[in-house]
Design a protein around this ligand. Structure first.
Ligand SMILES: C[S@@+](CC[C@H](N)C(=O)[O-])C[C@H]1O[C@@H](n2cnc3c(N)ncnc32)[C@H](O)[C@@H]1O
Length: 347
């Protein structure tokens, strides 16, 4: 099924490419071209391809900032957490952040750019501890990283939702709601704080019988979660046409395909999706939310719930003003790292 951002079997966990608003993320489309969906909707890829691991030792708590600095050129996948593939554990007070460069794109110039981005972080943030960041490049042995990643992937709980690999038939606890996710996936694994914020917020909504819109659906995780939680219909759209078959496969994996619909396109497709919706999710970039606040509001019925995420903190006032100005009353704010999410209702 899903392997957005790392279809060639590259090890991957969470991706957020905030500095590339709109359109295809560089590298993603090219890498997806090598992948195909099987009859069961799973991704099969030509394996193995050579990869270089960029291993960054970051002061604890700064992983997301480091991950953002690593979102350069072909580095579309970022992995957090305990190291795998033979790397040693991080020393106390430090954490690993890894990204991966396809062998063919691993050039001295790219390495220098990555090093420069990391070296600039302390100055940019004013946090002296970031001056201690270390980076190491390592050619990975040829291996089926999709399988390797599967071995170390751990279920994740977000509120009542338990994100588990598709082959795991039940959630860890009887009170969990199971959401099946392919471990090899990148964006849309639910591990990114902006996705988690939406997953968390939508659990407080009366979803039973609701029609839900997912703007910038990517892997479809938010729409599928809404359907799994009881929505009558979940409709997602994404400007990236390569995302759509993966979102559809995710819906199939969760047995909600008949209640999910995914459409390729930007905001121009909205009128054809039969608005208004009862609820709206938009994990997009701050500038897009600001620019399209009016269309988002127009797609929501009066009193309908919304959650928007993916907004960098320093744009908080602008985003809130845009939402409020469009009639989207902000009732809840969540900040995680440098990311803001807002939830509320249409006035
Ligand atoms: C931050 S990702 C969120 C993916 C997924 N909804 C999640 O929460 O994990 C943002 C998505 O918005 C899509 N996107 C960017 N600009 C867009 C636009 N103008 N219209 C629709 N989708 C867009 C990107 O292709 C990407 O898949």
């Amino acid at each position: 099924m899903l392997a957005l951002g790392a279809p060639a079997g590259a090890p991957s966990a969470d991706v957020h490419p905030p500095r590339r608003p709109g359109g295809l993320r560089p590298g993603r489309a090219e890498r997806l071209r090598g992948a195909s969906l099987s009859a069961e909707g799973r991704v099969s890829t030509p394996l193995p391809l050579p990869w270089t691991e960029v291993l960054v030792l970051s002061p604890l708590g700064w992983g997301e900032v480091v991950a953002e600095a690593l979102a350069l050129g072909p580095c579309t996948s970022v992995a957090f957490g305990p190291p795998s593939l033979g790397t040693e554990p991080a020393p106390e007070g430090w954490e690993y952040v890894r990204t991966y460069i396809p062998g063919s794109a691993d050039t001295p110039a790219l390495r220098a750019r990555l090093e420069a981005e990391l070296a600039a972080l302390a100055g940019r943030t004013g946090e002296r501890e970031l001056a201690g960041i270390q980076v190491r490049f390592r050619a990975l042995p040829p291996e089926d990283y999709a399988s390797s990643w599967r071995k170390s992937w751990k279920p994740l709980r977000v509120g009542r939702l338990a994100l588990v690999p598709p082959e795991r038939a039940s959630a860890p606890r009887p009170s969990d709601v199971r959401l099946a996710l392919e471990p090899g996936g990148a964006f849309g694994t639910g591990r990114h704080p902006t996705t988690r914020a939406c997953l968390r917020m939508l659990q407080d909504w009366p979803l039973s019988g609701a029609r839900v819109l997912d703007a910038g659906c990517g892997s479809g995780i938010l729409a599928v979660a809404a359907a799994v939680l009881g929505a009558r219909e979940a409709v997602g759209f994404d400007i990236d046409p390569y995302a759509i078959p993966y979102a559809e496969a995710l819906a199939r994996d969760n047995a909600v395909a008949e209640r999910c619909r995914f459409v390729a396109g930007g905001f121009e497709v909205l009128p054809a999706l039969a608005p208004p919706f009862d609820a709206l999710l938009a994990n997009l970039y701050a500038d897009l939310i600001e620019a399209h606040a009016g269309e988002l509001s127009g797609a929501l019925r009066q009193g309908g719930r919304f959650a928007v995420s993916g907004c960098v903190r320093d744009k908080r006032q602008r985003i809130e003003a845009a939402l409020e100005g469009a009639g989207l009353r902000v009732e809840l704010r969540r900040t995680r790292g440098r990311w803001d999410a807002f939830a509320g209702r249409r006035a």
